[in-house]
Design a protein around this ligand. Structure first.
Ligand SMILES: *Cc1c(COP(=O)(O)O)cnc(C)c1O
Length: 340
């Protein structure tokens, strides 16, 4: 059988040896699809916008790219378990890879702020769940403390193996596009992923402008100071004090890019547009970069060239948010007449 997963695919560029026990679910190699309706809406030519569908990873988000490596290395180093704080997707991914590796998994979640699909994954993969009555930043501080005490591997994006695994997204985009994009758009929460993509591009000698997007109610990198009570419908980026703050700013400045903010209304409009007009269902946080592109279009500032937007997680993760868009649904008796 052909080796599967991104460690097998990119092992020459990753910190693994023949002795590393590879824990994989076949992550990576996600589709890059054209978004000509988005392109048209923002005044770019056909082929001017592509979407990287990271929601098609095994647990439905890009977190799997980092988790395959972080859990493999935890196993190699003899950890008895893995531990993380999470807005949802990290816990879903950690729980799945830990289950596969036969390791304990403990997750610290901000109570009441995790989308239903993500929580159901942590439950079914057998994670030990701790709900923190507080926000993600507070849960992360507790997770860091607990990991130190228990000798568990912390698999948040402060774990360098997470960044290493996630940088492979940049390799794939360049391979799939046949060149580097001119402009790279992505959501920014804890800022590990923008750090990872920029590292990946640099390692293969590419330098798209990096455009990161935060939610207006959780935009510390835009404001220049931490946000005490971050608020947004895009729960995956509801983070007030990003761990990878400095490297995100470096990515912005070295690439000549920007980190901007979009309101929840702008995020939800892009979320709906992608589903309605492109047939692509992502979770709200993943729509932030497309909302950013629309925002730049309104201001007449869309950068020239090819843009890739990373859609970080699948729409099915967060069924709750779709309730806002529920149309009038007709109910008829079986066999009854339906006027269409
Ligand atoms: C984790 C996550 C993000 C934010 O990524 P960071 O590395 O924390 O900036 C964005 N979207 C989704 C769907 C996520 O799960």
């Amino acid at each position: 059988m052909k080796p599967v997963g991104l460690i097998a695919r990119w092992k020459d560029r990753l910190p693994v040896t023949a002795k590393t026990p590879i824990v994989t679910l076949g992550e990576g190699n996600t589709p890059l699809v054209r978004a000509d309706r988005v392109a048209q809406a923002v005044g770019l030519p056909p082929g001017g916008v592509h979407l990287k569908l990271e929601g098609l990873n095994p647990t439905g988000s890009f977190k799997d790219r980092g988790m395959t490596l972080a859990v493999s290395k935890a196993k190699e180093q003899g950890a008895t378990g893995v531990l993380c704080a999470s807005t949802g997707n990290t816990s879903a991914s950690a729980a799945a890879y830990a289950a596969r590796a036969g390791l304990r998994c403990v997750v610290f979640l901000p109570a009441g702020k995790v989308a239903a699909g993500k929580l159901s994954q942590a439950v079914m993969h057998g994670a030990e769940i701790v709900e923190v009555t507080g926000n993600f930043d507070q849960a992360l501080a507790m997770a860091m403390e607990a990991a130190k005490k228990k000798g568990f591997a912390l698999v948040n994006s402060s774990n360098p193996f997470r960044i290493e695994g996630q940088k492979t997204g940049a390799f794939e985009i360049v391979e799939q596009l046949g060149r580097a994009p001119d402009n790279h758009f992505m959501p920014v929460g804890n800022a590990g992923n923008i750090t990872a993509y920029w590292k990946g591009y640099k390692e293969i000698g590419r330098a798209p402008r990096m455009f990161g997007w935060q939610a207006a109610g959780a935009a510390p990198l835009v404001l220049g100071h931490p946000v005490k009570n971050p608020q947004t419908v895009a729960t995956a980026i509801r983070i007030g004090n990003p761990v990878s703050w400095k490297t995100a700013i470096d990515a912005r400045d070295e690439s000549g890019g920007e980190i901007g903010k979009v309101t929840d209304a702008e995020i939800l409009a892009a979320y709906r547009f992608l589903a309605h007009e492109e047939g692509v269902f992502c979770e709200p946080a993943s729509a932030a970069p497309v909302a950013g592109l629309f925002k730049l279009a309104k201001a007449g500032r869309v950068p020239k060239g090819v843009a890739v937007c990373v859609l970080t997680g699948h729409g099915l993760k967060d069924p709750g948010t779709t309730e806002r868009f529920r149309p009038k649904i007709r109910r008829v008796k079986a066999g009854g007449a339906v006027r269409l």
